[in-house]
Design a protein around this ligand. Sequence first.
Ligand code: AMP
Length: 477
Amino acid sequence: MSFASLGLIDPLLKNVQRLNYQTPTPIQVKAIPAVLDGRDVMASAQTGTGKTAGFALPLLQRLVQRGPRVSSNRARVLVLVPTRELAEQVLQSFTDYGEGLDLRLMAAYGGVSINPQMMKLRKGADVLVATPGRLLDLNRQNAVQFDQIETLVLDEADRMLDLGFARELDAVFAALPAARQTLLFSATYTDEIRAMAASILRNPVDISVSPPNVTASKIRQWVVPVDKRNKPGLFMHLVDEKKWTHALVFVKTRDGADYLSAMLDEAGYAVDTIHGDKPQPARLRALERFKTGEVHMLVATDVAARGLDIDALPLVINVDLPIKAQDYVHRIGRTGRAGLSGVAVSFVCADEAPQLAAIEALIGQTLRREEVPGFEAEHRVPQTSATGQIIKKPKKPKKPKVLQAAPKAVQAIGTEPRLHGGKTVAQEVAKGGEDTSLSGPNPFSVTKSRSKPIGKPPAGSRKPADKPMGGRSKRPR
Ligand code: AMP
């Protein structure tokens, strides 16, 4: 199968050749002819499948082959995306694929001044890539009107719903011309997505290049059970031991990202962070530096999980599991792209067992577990299964409680019994000693706490290794 056989015109074929795309990917094989035909499409496609070219190439072709030129303050193709990063990435794809075509392409998203976007829209945009909130702002200010829209593309529709754009999307759907082509792309098929599809698509071509909700098979994935407090120590240990040089690292919170990046920085790694609180130019700069290789480790929160188009990324590390199982699929979609094989390692602490179970249910497989010597989880991570269940271990029969029957003498003097040398049982146990001096059943049911440290301190870090990731702040991402 070749791009030419899909019916694409010469300028597009040249651009595809220039980008060194040899053959169309499975989603392109199915989507390109359908979109060229003007059909609605519903595609279950993860990032990395080549879905952007799957809609951008045929839409560019339709724009040059048919329809009137775009008028002032109008757009012909509207692509809605969840994040600014994805907006930039999709715009870049349209620019690359459409080089040499006389078309006006632009992106509009929040977090930056609206004025330059309003100015640009005065000349109209053949393709407008936008986040829903900013699009509605522009529409309210009459900077863009929707009467010339021919095609609506919803890219990463599930992510838009996750980010709470449902109302904005409904407002956009209501304002667009009813006679239009609609393309819906989603990495996962939830009930909400199906309901949305049913309400906005007309007799769509259903494209599914891999079974829904299954992560790319070329990715080697496993989890490392570890105590929460030892996650930073484990991370630095593995970075050092495995000689991880280029990785995208996900954490739960902004503070977690800053903390981990400070540790990497101190250990001499070129690192940057990307999270929702960072101004847009700084986020784009961090991404660019990572792409060019100036930065080796990019520490990100979920806000950045979508829209990072990084070729040939070998490694994704989830220091914290995402709250939503779908985000796991999006995160590890960064690796194993375009046929490459990748590795995704996730640290899991006992608290995260429900998230792990949800992820395994979503991807339909139980992830392999591999403990790292020196970082074994003291708080056991319960077994999970691909059916989404947490398998509880049968409880051990309780030892008979005899505390009520504690010697009267102890209650009377209100103190613990002393061992040889005058120490209490608790003092001796905390020191690591065995409470052997008490023979027979111990009437004081002292819980032994392990005195041996579980994790190693991170190499080259002055900060304590046992600070919990993500536990330092409740700030939103
Ligand atoms: P996407 O899934 O659209 O984010 O694309 C993932 C990556 O695959 C991007 O870096 C594209 O440049 C690349 N890509 C898309 N189509 C092809 C193709 N037919 N051959 C090789 N690479 C491709």
